[in-house]
Design a protein around this ligand. Structure first.
Ligand SMILES: [Zn+2]
Length: 70
């Protein structure tokens, strides 16, 4: 259920799968609010979601998850 974030059910810490940086808090993340997200509909049209924050690994900039802002 977490397509982007790396979910570890045994702990509540997150590790970047690329550089293995331990993500303990928002201090270990960078956010980018400039990445639009597109959802493609079954009929081929698409919807654009605005104002989403993309969370990136601070070390290697790998996207780890998307947090919805208001
Ligand atoms: Zn990383």
């Amino acid at each position: 259920m977490c397509p982007l974030a790396v979910c570890d059910s045994m702990t509540d810490t997150l590790h970047c799968p690329d550089c293995e940086t331990e993500i303990e808090s928002a201090d270990n993340l960078e956010t980018s609010s400039d990445v639009p997200e597109v959802e493609v509909e079954e009929d081929g049209s698409f919807s654009l979601f605005e104002n989403r924050d993309l969370f990136l690994c601070k070390s290697c900039k790998r996207p780890l998850g998307v947090g919805r802002s208001k």
